[in-house]
Design a protein around this ligand. Structure first.
Ligand code: SF4
Ligand code: FES
Length: 252
């Protein structure tokens, strides 16, 4: 069967949507050099596409060595957090038209974690802090034969913090975390909050004691960077404040 060919006017109409942008990417290729460089890529793209699409275009059509993480491409897996024009965002949720495409668009790795290659950082310290707060339901006694009941009001208390996708945009936008990677960071506290305020959980005290540490919640300076950075719209600073309050009052 003959391959259908678009007629000329239709092709032109499609092309007319394209604009030329410059993607300015911070490069680090340890197998080539220890030096960090910036590299510009000029490409044509529909402004309604995302920064992730622009990165794919570079990788697939211009330079296959460009390295970055991504999986779902729809804001769910949390793997493509990066600094775009100096702000932490998910590349798959950032439209080209929304970030001033007339100027070079800078793309660099999130801060505070060691860069392994190009836009890929070592997430292990981030996930270690997450594991340290015991991000799972803890209950004692026999397992019930039916589901563990919870009122709508009790469920509402931790609804916001269930939305976390562990992208690290919050933790890697926190100046305390940049200066001292020992701080648990906002994401770990958000995930502790999710269980501390769950009426079915019985390890709230334990989690609060973990966060009462010198590297715990008291390191937070309430700069709100985390709340601004969160692509899920979680009120991160509020969640941290609620954990601080629970530590003082022991009521949660
Ligand atoms: S709280 Fe928001 S910014 Fe932080 S890891 Fe979770 S989803 Fe990402
Ligand atoms: S690729 Fe999954 S959140 Fe962006």
């Amino acid at each position: 069967m003959a391959t259908p060919v678009l007629d000329k006017p239709a092709q032109d109409a499609t092309a007319s949507h394209l604009i030329t942008i410059t993607l300015r990417v911070r490069r680090f290729l340890p197998e080539v050099s220890d030096e960090v460089t910036w590299e510009d890529f000029a490409l044509e793209i529909d402004p309604k596409e995302r920064v992730l699409d622009a990165l794919h275009k570079v990788k697939w059509e211009m330079d296959g060595t460009l390295t970055f993480r991504r999986s779902c491409a729809h804001g769910i897996c949390g793997s493509d957090a990066m600094r775009i024009n100096g702000r932490n965002r998910l590349a798959c949720k950032t439209l080209i038209k929304d970030i001033n495409p007339e100027k070079p668009i800078t793309v660099e790795p999130i801060k505070g974690l060691a860069v392994l290659k190009d836009l890929v950082v070592d997430m292990e310290p981030f996930f270690q802090a997450y594991r340290d707060v015991m991000p799972f339901l803890v209950t004692k006694g026999n397992e019930p034969t039916r589901e563990r009941l919870q009122s709508a009001e009790d469920r509402e208390r931790f609804d916001d913090t269930t939305k976390c996708i562990l992208c690290a945009a919050c933790t890697s936008s926190c100046p305390v975390f940049w200066n001292d990677g020992q701080y648990f960071g906002p994401a770990a506290i958000v995930n502790a909050h999710r269980f501390i305020f769950d009426s079915r959980d019985e390890a709230g005290e334990q989690r609060l004691e973990i966060l009462n540490d010198k590297d715990g919640v008291w390191r937070c300076r309430t700069t709100f960077n985390c709340t601004d950075a969160c692509p899920r719209g979680i009120e991160v600073t509020k969640a941290i404040a609620e954990v601080k309050k629970a530590l003082i009052t022991r009521r949660y």
